[in-house]
Design a protein around this ligand. Structure first.
Ligand code: SAM
Length: 280
C-alpha cells in the first residue's frame, strides 16, 4: 500500500514540467471528466451544500453585487463545461470560450451548434434561472441566450504570454475573465501558476474583473480512467499573494470546504476557492 503510494507520487513528480503536463492532457477524456465532477453528488441541486450549486451561487452573486457587465467576457480553459458562463451570458454582448484541447472545444461546439452534449445541462440552467429570480421554466430561454452570445470557441495556452489569438480581442482587452480549475491544474509548480495568472491578465482590460475558481490542497485529479493529472496544491494565502503579485485588488474570497461525501475518489481536493478581483 505504502509502496504503491510512493510509486504514484514519483510518477506525479515526473510529470511536473510544462511539456509533460501537455503530454498527459492528450489522454483527457471530456465524457469521464464531466461524469466525475458534474453529476451527483457534486452536482446535486437538491442540496445547497453540494459543490456545483455553491459555485453557481458564487458566480451569480459576483456578477450581481457589483452589477458587472460589458462587451466581452472570456472564459479561460473552459474544458467541456458550460456552467461557468451561465450567469455571465446575460451580462455581456459577447462570450468567448476557450480550451487547450480540441476534444473539449468540440464538446462545447457540439452543444452550441447541435444541442448535443455528454451531460444534460438543463438542471444547471434551471438552477441559475432561479438564482436570478426567474422561473425555472425560463431555462430554454437562457440556453438560447448562451448560444447566441458565444461568438467563438478558441484554442488557448496559459503558458504563452498572450494566451489567445490577439485578433479576437480589442487592444484594451476583455471586460471580464472567468477561469475555473484551469491554472492550478495545468501548471507544474507555484511559479508556473503565477506566470500563467500573469499571462491571462494580459487578456483583461485595466479595471476589468477576474472571477477565479480553483482547487485548494489538490495534488492530482483524474482526467480519464487511470489518468492522474498533477495539480499545484494551493492554499488560501498563496492565492491572495499570487493575485496581488499579478496586479489585482482582491475584492472577495470565498472558501468551500469539501464535505466527506464530495470526496468521490477522482481527486484529492480539500477545498475550493472563489476569488473576485479587479485589475488595477
Ligand atoms: N473549466 C473547466 C471546469 O471548470 O471544470 C475545466 C477545468 S479542467 C480541470 C482544466 C482544463 O485546462 C482542461 O479543459 C484542459 O484541457 C485545459 N488546459 C490544459 N492545458 C492548458 C493550457 N496550457 N492552457 C489552457 N488550458 C489548458
Amino acid at each position: 500500500m505504502e509502496r504503491d503510494r510512493e510509486i504514484q507520487r514519483m510518477k506525479l513528480e515526473k510529470l511536473k514540467t510544462v511539456a509533460s503536463m501537455e503530454a498527459c492532457y492528450q489522454g483527457f477524456d471530456p465524457v469521464a471528466y464531466l461524469h466525475y465532477n458534474y453529476t451527483p453528488p457534486r452536482a446535486d441541486f437538491e442540496r445547497r451544500s453540494s459543490i456545483v450549486p455553491w459555485k453557481l451561487s458564487c458566480l451569480h452573486k459576483a456578477f450581481t453585487e457589483d452589477d458587472i457587465r460589458g462587451d466581452i467576457l472570456v472564459d479561460v480553459g473552459s474544458g467541456p463545461t458550460l456552467y461557468q458562463v451561465m450567469s455571465g451570458c446575460e451580462r455581456f454582448d459577447r462570450v468567448i470560450l476557450s480550451d487547450f484541447l480540441e476534444v473539449n472545444r468540440r464538446e462545447l461546439q457540439s452543444w452550441l451548434q447541435e444541442g448535443k452534449s455528454s451531460i444534460d445541462w438543463t438542471a444547471y440552467f434551471k438552477y441559475v434561472c432561479e438564482l436570478e429570480g426567474r422561473s425555472s421554466s425560463a431555462w430554454a430561454e437562457k440556453a438560447t441566450r448562451l448560444r447566441s452570445v458565444v461568438s467563438d470557441v478558441l484554442p488557448v495556452d496559459v503558458h504563452q504570454s498572450f494566451p489567445l489569438s490577439p485578433e479576437f480581442l480589442p487592444p484594451s482587452g476583455a471586460d471580464c475573465l472567468v477561469s475555473s480549475f484551469c491554472l492550478e491544474s495545468v501548471s507544474h509548480d507555484l511559479l508556473s501558476f503565477n506566470h500563467a495568472l500573469g499571462h491571462i491578465s494580459s487578456l483583461l482590460k485595466k479595471g476589468g474583473y477576474l472571477l477565479l475558481i480553483g482547487a485548494l490542497g489538490e495534488s492530482f485529479y483524474m482526467g480519464a480512467p487511470g489518468l492522474y493529472i498533477p495539480v499545484v496544491p494551493l492554499d488560501e494565502s498563496q492565492v491572495c499573494a499570487s493575485l496581488k503579485a499579478s496586479g489585482y485588488e482582491l475584492l472577495q474570497l470565498c472558501i468551500y470546504h469539501l464535505p466527506p461525501d464530495m470526496k468521490v475518489g477522482v481527486d484529492d481536493v480539500t477545498g475550493v476557492f472563489f476569488a473576485k478581483a479587479k485589475k488595477t
